[in-house]
Design a protein around this ligand. Structure first.
Ligand SMILES: Cc1ncc(COP(=O)(O)O)c(C=O)c1O
Length: 429
């Protein structure tokens, strides 16, 4: 019997790997930032030298093979300053995939432009060049390509199309830190790569973000945009000096990353590759086992991807694999078997409760439902109705964890006929 109906769960009493991960070294970094008395890049430097947020920006750029990195307080802020640095504003349209967290769409509104939601590949949830091409209008200025869950958008085609059509390209790598396409890090194909470094992400610091670019001009503009029109002084600050100077070439806001956060990130970044390698070996084990379960397949990853970054591991299922049970019931049944969340993707942005521009006067003035959302999104609907996701931390444990996941998938598949659509006793995820 399924655990959701009172049967014994596949996984009883064994905990999953904790996320985020930290140890005595993380505590030491955090304590050092605390004791430095320099809690903000905007505060003076008692001991002199670069701020931690600047050091993290540099280290993160190096990690990605980019020339410049800017630390910010959120991935959402990174999107806003990227759009503003590219000069995008009122009257402009920006193409945003219909399946993603809401931030890429809200960032476009915050920049004063109109997000035009575009359908996605039904198997990956990512934009394709064909979808983008069909949506371009005389007002389109940029594309935000999101590398979703555990795969990578077809970034070579998207970059080529953007170049041909004179559009800016922002890569949102919030779900793909460290993924590589043909040996090159995602985030370096477009004009700017943006990252969330929120608590759930594979590089995590609670609330944080970053942007990378190879352009000195975009770097300089993003520095000012995130620090109230200030940039770094020409020399490293001496003891007692401020590191930021008023440049005032473009008006900014305050999206600066705290020094305490930057301390945590300086500890976390060197761990990322080993964690990716660990997740990759569990992913391979999971995918080998999946081959024996009818109807279930991994989300496809383009052949050019030589290193994937799993943020949410995604499984696709053929229609009928779980009988006629709604996806929410299947997800709830798996969650009950495994004692860790298994969930469908968020509903597509055109129908999301989180995208309600008419609730804010500033956004309502820009919003245009007919242009932004009024069309079918069959790819997005298919992706969201046939995909199940799990957080990447389930791939950071030992092989037994994967055995449990496979056992639960097969058990729920076999007993799916007991999950009727009308069974309201089952909580949804
Ligand atoms: C694809 C994507 N873009 C942007 C963001 C926003 O990042 P933040 O929550 O750090 O503002 C997220 C966060 O979940 C995300 O997944």
């Amino acid at each position: 019997m399924l655990a959701v109906h009172g049967g014994a769960p596949v996984r009883g009493g064994v905990s999953w790997p904790q996320w985020p991960q930290y140890d005595a070294d993380t505590e030491a970094e955090l304590l050092a930032a605390l004791r430095s008395s320099r809690w903000s890049v905007s505060w003076y430097s008692p001991a002199g030298g670069k701020s931690r947020e600047r050091l993290f920006g540099e280290a993160f750029a190096r990690y990605n093979g980019a020339a410049f990195g800017v630390s910010v307080d959120h991935g959402s802020s990174a999107l806003v300053i990227a759009l503003e640095a590219l000069g995008i504003g009122p009257g402009d349209e920006v193409i945003v995939p219909a399946v993603t967290w809401v931030a890429p769409a809200t960032a476009v509104l915050r920049a004063g432009a109109l997000p035009v939601l575009v359908d996605v590949d039904p198997e990956t949830g990512c934009l394709t060049a064909d979808h983008v091409y069909a949506a371009v209008s005389g007002r389109t200025r940029a594309v935000i390509a999101v590398h979703l869950a555990c795969t990578v958008a077809p970034i070579d085609e998207l970059a080529e199309l953007a170049r041909e059509m004179g559009l800016a390209l922002i890569e949102d790598c919030s779900q793909a830190h460290g993924a590589q396409w043909a040996g090159r890090a995602v985030g370096t194909f477009g004009d700017i790569g943006v990252f969330s470094l929120g608590a759930a992400k594979t590089l995590a610091a609670g609330e944080a973000g970053a942007a990378i670019t190879d352009s000195p001009e975009l770097y300089r503009r993003m520095l000012m945009l995130r620090a109230d029109s200030r940039g770094y002084s020409a020399h490293d600050p001496l003891p007692g000096e401020y590191e930021l100077v008023e440049l005032g070439e473009i008006m900014g806001g305050n999206y600066c990353m705290s020094e305490l956060t930057a301390g945590v990130l300086l500890d976390q970044l060197p761990r990322l590759d080993a964690q990716h390698a660990h997740r990759e070996s569990r992913t391979r084990q999971l995918e080998a086992g999946l081959a024996a379960i009818p109807g279930l397949t991994p989300i496809p990853v383009p052949a050019q991807v030589n290193r994937r970054a799993v943020y949410e591991y995604g499984l696709r299922f053929d229609p009928g694999t779980f009988g006629n049970a709604p996806i929410e019931r299947v997800a709830a049944a798996l969650t009950a078997e495994l004692h860790t969340r298994v969930y469908p993707p968020r509903i597509p942005l055109p129908r999301s409760n989180l995208l309600r521009p008419h609730t804010k006067p500033r956004f309502a003035a820009t919003w245009n439902t007919a242009r932004a959302t009024d069309r079918p999104f069959p790819g997005a609907d298919h992706y969201c109705d046939h995909t199940l996701l799990m957080h990447h931390s389930v791939l950071l444990g030992d092989p037994r964890d994967i055995h449990d996941i496979l056992t639960a998938l097969d058990k729920v598949r076999t007993l799916a006929h007991t999950l009727t659509p009308a069974d309201t006793s089952i909580p949804t995820t």
